[in-house]
Design a protein around this ligand. Structure first.
Ligand code: HH2
Length: 261
């Protein structure tokens, strides 16, 4: 158990967790540098919020927000671009990003697969039921783990068919994306079942509302829940933990690894 840490660098005015704080590129770069010092091997730069009801952003605006930040952080750590738009992904790879983190798993812009193939970039494919506007309306599954697994297997196959090297693809069950509290807990509990997909697993629980549903905590007060769920995900086989609070998660990871031997 030694998961990599992916630090979140949002350059958005309305992210659910840290909206507005890093809209300014310089501030976002300074924040990314801090997260890298604290132990983030990957910095995930995002210019559009995926929270339910978030405003849509044009390609131009998303590029203006993210490109200078990617440029400023490319020498500091491995940079991923959190986007579902081809133009944004392309601008970020031009600016030094190495991974495209697509929460729609190529369903909005299938061309991102060709771009990653051409550039030899990494690709994260995440599960989401519905789209960010509607996903929390009434999510339903047969068996949530089996359904997510089948979706990820199909998306992985599609990406490989489009030319992306399988070795460059990571998979993510999409905690909080079109899932009830029970769905999220079941996915974390049985995360190990996704190991048979044969690809590294990314898990993002950081500050998400399912934590608040358990203990009533607000978005700024979910560090304990983030750490507990992240460490348990790592024990179940998560290879990458996507978090806002890197220093605290790094300490928890080190402690858990020491205890587990
Ligand atoms: N979660 C968020 C955004 N991108 N990408 C992956 N691969 N996995 C996740 O779980 C994931 C993600 C949502 O978190 P955040 O970036 O803090 O909020 P927002 O989307 O409002 O910017």
């Amino acid at each position: 158990m030694n998961p990599k840490l992916m630090g979140v660098v949002n350059v958005t005015p309305d992210s659910f967790s840290d909206g507005g704080r890093f809209l300014d590129a310089e501030k976002a770069i300074a924040h990314g540098n801090l997260l890298a010092e604290q132990g983030a091997g990957i910095l995930d730069v995002g210019g559009e919020s995926t929270r339910p009801g978030a405003e849509e952003v044009s390609v131009e605006e998303e590029v203006v927000r993210t490109r200078p930040v990617v440029e400023g952080l490319a020498g500091v750590a491995t940079v991923s671009i959190d986007t579902s738009k081809l133009g944004v992904a392309e601008a970020a790879l031009d600016a030094g990003a190495a991974i495209v983190n697509d929460v729609t798993a190529l369903r909005v812009a299938p061309e991102i697969a060709g771009l990653c193939a051409e550039r030899g970039a990494g690709l994260i494919l995440m599960h989401m039921q519905g789209d960010p506007r509607t996903m929390q309306a009434d999510p339903r599954y047969g068996d949530v783990v089996e359904d997510v697994k089948a979706f990820l297997a199909e998306r992985l196959e599609a990406a490989v068919a489009a030319g992306v090297e399988e070795e460059r693809i990571w998979l993510d069950p999409g905690i909080g994306f079109g899932k009830t509290l029970e769905h999220n807990l079941e996915l974390l509990r049985r995360l190990g079942e996704l190991r048979s997909l044969g690809r590294p697993l990314v898990v993002g629980t950081s500050r998400k509302s399912f934590i608040g549903k358990i203990d009533g905590s607000g978005v700024g007060d979910r560090l304990g829940g983030t750490i507990a769920s992240s460490v348990l995900a790592a024990v179940e086989g998560a290879d990458v933990l996507r978090v806002h609070d890197v220093a605290e998660t790094a300490q928890a990871r080190t402690m858990a690894a020491a205890v587990l031997g």
